[in-house]
Design a protein around this ligand. Structure first.
Ligand code: UTP
Length: 228
């Protein structure tokens, strides 16, 4: 199966703990050893937020902040590459083409951000669409898609399954609430909707959950089903 795994920065490198990155690399390598074709996308996490916060105080504009964010995602990408060793393409792919070429060579591409004004949620969905992935897995710090922000609303309920059209509606509602954070952003939801890629959103704290989700389809989170 061709699988794109999106690893949130807060999940991969919440505190730059090498063991966590090594565990993720091991999970990716075990899927690779099972014969799956893999692409990975890595987020910026708290390090990106720290840089962006500091640069904002210095007067940087939004595009400059995004560029800083992209640079940090690629730094995190280099951490994962270091842990994946010779199975990974040697540098983070800076374009979808570069990522796809790495897959064709038989390497595992690691992508970070690609262009300003989006997040790596959208990168993962676009890359999955571009390479014709069978499955897209979001390993995030929010264990699925909820009808409200679970950090803000104690009554928020998680969806076990969601159609792609419903996903777009739910995420649009969450994003309308200032300060709320959705596990997948609206651009990503729209790409998932148009591409019809089967998508799983799960709590990425333990990388083994990603392996189980891909191998057995078993996971605790939300599955986004393509529209009929
Ligand atoms: P992330 O994808 O990590 O952002 O990219 P996020 O979803 O806000 O962070 P998490 O999920 O909590 O870890 C970090 C920042 O990099 C820029 C954006 O500013 C984003 O907030 N970025 C990332 C881009 O501008 N373009 C991209 O393609 C990716």
């Amino acid at each position: 199966m061709k699988v794109v795994v999106s690893i949130g920065g807060s999940v991969l490198a919440p505190d730059l703990d090498a063991d966590r990155v090594a565990d993720y690399a091991e999970a990716i390598q075990s899927l690779d050893a099972q014969g799956h074709t893999l692409g990975t996308v890595v987020g910026g996490g708290p390090t990106a937020r720290d840089y962006i916060g500091s640069a904002r105080d210095l007067g940087a504009n939004e595009i400059e902040l995004d560029q800083l964010g992209i640079a940090v995602t690629r730094l995190n990408g280099r951490l994962l590459i270091a842990a994946l060793d010779d199975r990974a393409a040697p540098t983070p792919a800076e374009s979808y083409d570069e990522g796809r070429e790495a897959i064709r060579r038989g390497d595992i591409p690691v992508l970070g951000g690609i262009v300003a004004a989006q997040t790596t949620d959208a990168v993962a969905a676009a890359f999955a669409e571009y390479v014709g992935a069978d499955l897209l897995v979001y390993a995030t710090s929010v264990p699925g898609v909820y009808d409200a922000d679970p950090n803000e609303d104690g009554d928020a309920t998680r969806f076990d399954e969601l159609g792609a059209d419903e996903l777009v509606d739910v995420i649009a509602d969450i994003e309308m609430d200032a300060g709320s954070s959705a596990p997948v952003d609206l651009l990503a939801a729209k790409i998932i909707q148009r591409s019809g890629i089967r998508t799983m959103v799960l709590d990425g704290a333990d990388p083994k959950r990603v392996v189980r989700a891909v191998e057995d389809g078993e996971f605790d989170g939300t599955e986004i089903l393509p529209e009929a």
